[in-house]
Design a protein around this ligand. Structure first.
Ligand SMILES: [Zn+2]
Length: 259
């Protein structure tokens, strides 16, 4: 039997895809058994799935080469001693901090919000929201992250481990899984849980522009962007004063002129 060789980037990539796919299926099924909020009758799961198909097609052609190129040509300023598990952990935390600010910029810079808004227009949250992104946001994120990886001299192994963690964290914090309150409260001290991230999707501006963290929950506390609102299972999800759109309109919306 052939096992995946994780010492190569191809092996690591295969492992990453396998782990993320298994986690997605597990969460998707768990949401149907232990749902927190009542699922609406709509075709949003198909729409979210189709947006993901576009991203999945783009990933090996454009996104992965950007990460690989950035890591392969990264600035070589790191001294010899900067290697090993402690530095891997440091880089993973550093990348999560980077992602906190990148997500925040996606809300604060109008051009970036045009693309990120497509993710927020979803009117319910579950594991399929975690794969619903406009391809333009995926592309912009890859370029920005590539630049950060290049400047920080981060290697491809670390980037692939980070991307795996981000996908798992994103699936988890969008999920509609009913967790025991004590477990959720305990986890939320360290990591972003559904109760924190659902508030980020509350269709009220002040809440949408808060709770930017992806994996660790301390960045929002540190930078004063943690919302005080608790999650209500019946709170309106989406963008204030807006409603979700059909797929073709979602794809075109970021490029349209607006008054
Ligand atoms: Zn957001």
């Amino acid at each position: 039997m052939n096992f995946v060789d994780v010492t190569t980037s191809e092996g690591l990539l295969a492992l990453k895809s396998g782990v993320v796919a298994a986690f997605f299926i597990a969460i998707f099924l768990a949401e149907r058994v232990w749902a927190a909020a009542r699922r609406p009758d709509s075709n949003r799961v198909i729409k979210n799935g189709l947006l993901w198909v576009l991203n999945a097609l783009m990933s090996p052609l454009i996104i992965l080469p950007i990460s690989a190129f950035a890591a392969a040509h990264a600035l070589n300023w790191r001294p010899e001693w900067m290697s090993g598990p402690a530095v891997l952990l440091f880089d993973l935390i550093l990348l999560d901090l980077y992602l906190y600010f990148w997500h925040r910029l996606n809300h604060e810079v109008p051009l970036l919000w045009r693309f990120h808004e497509i993710h927020h227009l979803d009117e319910f949250l579950d594991s399929t929201s975690a794969i619903r992104f406009h391809f333009g946001e995926i592309l912009l994120s890859a370029v920005a992250r590539g630049l950060f990886v290049f400047l920080m001299g981060i290697d491809l192994f670390t980037v692939l481990v980070f991307e795996t963690i981000v996908l798992i964290a994103t699936l988890f914090h969008h999920s509609n899984i009913r967790l025991p309150n004590k477990i959720e409260a305990g986890l939320s001290r360290l990591i972003i849980t559904p109760s924190i991230h659902w508030v980020h999707h509350h269709a009220v501006h002040a809440d949408t522009d808060s709770n930017y963290g992806t994996t660790f929950s301390f960045w929002d506390r540190l930078f004063g962007t943690r919302s005080a609102s608790p999650r209500q299972l019946d709170m309106r999800i989406g963008v204030e004063d807006k409603t979700d759109l059909p797929l073709t309109e979602l794809l075109l919306r970021p490029f349209q002129m607006r008054r």
